[in-house]
Design a binder for this molecule. Structure first.
Ligand SMILES: *Cc1c(COP(=O)(O)O)cnc(C)c1O
Length: 432
């Protein structure tokens, strides 16, 4: 299958080209030329299928013409070696827990899939010297580093701002070793991102090294996120709760929700979606007014959603033929400030005994406020509350236990390369 750019000025790309390039030459986002509708029988039978089985059917619809069946199956099964259970929170609100992977956030799914797909392409073409560069403010670095850990032929450089990443996050990409190098930049997240961008534009570097990115706009990270929408629906179907399903997604760059919209286009009978924002409410505003006004983000306690110009908005526009009416018919919005987020975490913990993280709290509250009679809601719990330990402990006044697999990282020895924010230093380091 070919991929076109949302800006329509770049040539069509093969799957491999789209994965290696990330962003199209015209700075648009890649979209698959076709979104296949899955057969009715699949939607009937899925209640008795495993997460891996369901995901493989979805993966074949996207990647079946580019990757041999057995290989694709192995990539999918390897990626999803953990569960994504739907857990009941109230009589009609359910949590899709996406934090059972190695770094306790939903980004594990896309990062693990991308690592394996890129590993496959590299092996096929007998390349063994691909360098993945990724800038992180925390979560992305850990998911990408762990996703690519041990993948042959690929070396990952994670650039992060010194002293601006929590200890829990830092240890998830600085203790791994093998093919993962953490680079501690004396600067901000924006400096890290600027270094990565400069590297991609540097002619000499690109001549001598094979560079690629693993950011969230990459189709290999983005499309696999559709898997768990089908699996969530299947779990509700099994319980006889799937007649009027509303899916609510705590959103930042809008990649996660866009994958859900793709799932709907493939026939998944979701009634409607809700995009939950924090105070960075650009999309919420767009739904109300029809105007898209990107602006600088503000810091909140749901910091993975602090995005002022959501990159996947271009994909949503493209999917709906730029029609505001069509978008607003499928998606409604909600927004919550820090105080409201904290209130939700506190009250749901007190009343239901369920501990939300600040992102999932936005999702939960939007369902609580927006569900209509007869509807059943499922929100995406995008990370484990222990990833935001201090924030959550401050809210509930109790200690939050750190899961064993997170504790393991914390016992490892930190290894990182300190660098200035000067591109010349970074370039010299990469070349040596
Ligand atoms: C990345 C992230 C989000 C936002 O997802 P998008 O796909 O960027 O909308 C929400 N919650 C958590 C915990 C995240 O890490």
């Amino acid at each position: 299958m070919n991929y076109y750019s949302t800006n329509k000025q770049a040539p069509l790309a093969t799957l491999k080209e789209a994965v290696v390039k990330g962003l199209a030459g015209d700075r648009g986002l890649y979209m698959p030329e076709e979104i296949k509708r899955l057969p009715d029988s699949f939607f009937r039978d899925m209640k008795d299928m495993s997460f891996q089985e369901i995901a493989f059917v979805v993966a074949e619809a996207f990647f079946g013409s580019d990757v041999e069946k057995e290989t694709l199956k192995q990539i999918v099964y390897d990626t999803l070696n953990f569960d994504a259970p739907v857990v009941q929170v109230t009589d009609r609100i359910y949590s899709l827990e996406l934090y059972h992977g190695p770094t306790l956030a939903f980004k594990d799914v896309g990062a693990r899939f991308m690592a394996r797909l890129l590993g496959y392409f590299i092996k096929k073409e007998k390349q063994n010297n691909v360098n993945v560069l990724v800038a992180t403010s925390g979560d992305t670095g850990s998911a990408v580093a762990n996703g690519f850990l041990g993948v042959e032929g690929i070396h990952v450089y994670v650039l992060y701002p010194r002293g601006k990443v929590s200890k829990i996050q830092e240890c998830q990409f600085t203790t791994l070793g093998q093919n993962i190098t953490a680079i501690e930049v004396d600067g901000t997240f924006d400096d890290c991102q600027a270094l990565v961008k400069s590297a991609f534009m540097d002619e000499e570097l690109n001549k001598k090294l094979y560079l690629t990115s693993a950011n969230s706009i990459n189709v290999a990270r983005f499309l696999p996120q559709a898997f768990y929408y089908f699996y969530a629906y299947a779990q509700l179907l099994k319980q006889g709760k799937a007649d009027q399903v509303v899916v609510c997604v705590p959103s930042g760059n809008f990649g996660n929700i866009t994958a859900g919209l793709f799932a709907k286009r493939m026939g998944l009978p979701v009634k409607r979606f809700i995009a939950a924002n924090n105070s960075n409410d650009i999309f919420f505003e767009y739904l109300q007014t029809g105007h898209y006004n990107p602006r600088a983000s503000v810091a909140t306690i749901a910091n993975a959603m602090d995005v002022g110009d959501p990159s996947n908005f271009a994909r949503i526009l493209d999917l709906y033929g730029k029609s505001h009416d069509a978008i607003a018919a499928d998606i409604s919005g909600a927004r919550y400030d820090n105080e409201q987020i904290a209130e939700t975490v506190e009250s749901v913990y007190a009343k239901e005994g369920y501990l939300l993280d600040p992102h999932g709290a936005c999702g939960y509250q939007a369902l609580e406020d927006g569900l209509k009679p007869g509807e059943v809601g499922v929100f995406l719990e995008t990370a484990h509350p222990a990833k935001f330990k201090e924030t959550v402990e401050d809210i509930i006044g109790e200690e939050v236990e750190i899961p064993v697999r997170l504790q393991k990282f914390m016992k490892g020895k930190k290894q990182s390369v300190p660098l200035s924010k000067q591109f010349a230093d970074f370039k010299k380091y990469l070349l040596q």
